[in-house]
Design a protein around this ligand. Structure first.
Ligand SMILES: Cc1cc2nc3c(=O)[nH]c(=O)nc-3n(C[C@H](O)[C@H](O)[C@H](O)COP(=O)(O)O)c2cc1C
Length: 322
């Protein structure tokens, strides 16, 4: 059945798109234990896909286990999004999300990501043009505003996206200027939901099943990002808090087993050399609360082979039992 935001279970429990983190291996790891979580890919450049960049194509690497996967694109040229969406669809995307929230300086300097918050006409045109030229559902992920939250501006920006055909909005409760500082403000997201007739996912600072349940209120779903670092099982715990009847009684892997599985999946998708470089940051996070964490961290961020990583993980496990 064709994926549609209107006919999936509520509340939606989504893994946030996170560049450098939520690659295919990480998404597979999450889905192994929380099969109903919805995953977004890391953002991929619509321009690069349009010009057939191999690196960008390799980035959209989707395993059937991860489905349904929403591919997130960033850019500013309406027609490039259409071309990029075609390619993403051919690679397994069931829907397209447009990034209008990235605060990175480089991204904004190119007028991509959250720079679109300052250009509502172009933002609307991008959505409208893509909706007219793809059969996939189109959604947008954005923030409360660029420099500040202005209620009138924010609602009109979002209303225009909905009128242009966006089937869902994800709102991170911060402005671009805030980056990741301060506390996410969910109040404007609840108010937006009262005013718009499309599904809305809220995002920002969810770090436990308890906060996920408290934040949901009138929304259609919640999205979790940084709390999954070194703790992908949090998605399972959050999902099961919303759907207790679907709680799995299968034994859970230890952090050691999880980290090893993550390495396996990463090597399968990227090859050992690249996988091990990219796994370093994840490994440091898996074991950050362990005894002698600082000295292990130093070694974890230097591993370059699977064998080396496995030996080190075994050593951490043995020492944690003493
Ligand atoms: C390392 C990192 C990479 C991110 N990459 C993306 C991205 O590619 N696309 C996007 O829309 N948001 C991206 N984000 C933002 C997250 O999706 C999310 O909105 C933000 O982290 C707030 O949610 P959280 O408090 O649950 O982490 C990124 C965040 C982090 C920390």
């Amino acid at each position: 059945m064709k994926f549609s935001w209107t006919n999936i279970d509520r509340p939606i429990v989504a893994l946030a798109p996170m560049e450098g983190y939520t690659d295919s291996a990480f998404r597979q790891l999450v889905k192994l234990y929380a099969p109903s979580v919805i995953c977004f890919t890391e953002f991929t450049s619509a321009d690069a896909l349009k010009y057939n960049s191999k690196v960008s194509k390799n980035k959209i690497n989707i395993d059937p286990l991860e489905q349904p996967v929403i591919v997130q694109l960033f850019g500013k040229h309406p027609d490039h999004f259409v071309e990029a969406a075609k390619q993403a669809e051919a690679m397994g995307a069931v829907a397209i999300d447009i990034n209008m929230g990235c605060p990175a300086k480089k991204v904004i300097a190119s007028k991509h990501g959250s720079a679109l918050l300052k250009n509502p006409d172009l933002a609307t045109e991008i959505v409208h043009n893509l909706v007219q030229n793809t059969s996939l559902d189109v959604s947008v992920k954005t923030r409360l505003g660029f420099s500040e939250f202005n209620e009138k501006y924010f609602y009109s920006f979002c209303k225009n996206l909905a009128q242009a055909g966006a089937k869902l909005l994800t709102i991170h409760g911060r402005t671009t200027r805030q980056g990741y500082s301060g506390k996410a403000n969910w109040e404007p997201i609840y108010k937006l939901k009262e005013r718009l007739n499309i599904p809305i996912i809220g995002n920002g600072d969810i770090d436990s099943p308890k906060t996920a349940i408290e934040r949901l209120k009138n929304l259609d779903g919640i999205m979790v990002g940084r709390a999954t670092f070194g703790n992908p099982l949090i998605m399972k715990h959050i999902y099961e808090a919303f759907y207790p009847e679907k709680t799995s009684t299968a034994p859970l892997p230890s952090l050691f087993e999880l980290a090893k599985k993550h390495i396996d999946l990463s090597i399968k998708t990227k090859g050992e050399k690249r996988a091990m470089l990219e796994m370093r940051k994840h490994l440091a996070m898996y074991f950050k609360g362990f005894p002698h964490a600082a000295s292990y961290r130093n070694r974890l961020v230097r591993v370059s082979t699977q064998d080396e990583a496995m030996k080190l993980i075994n050593e951490i496990e043995e020492n944690s039992l003493i």
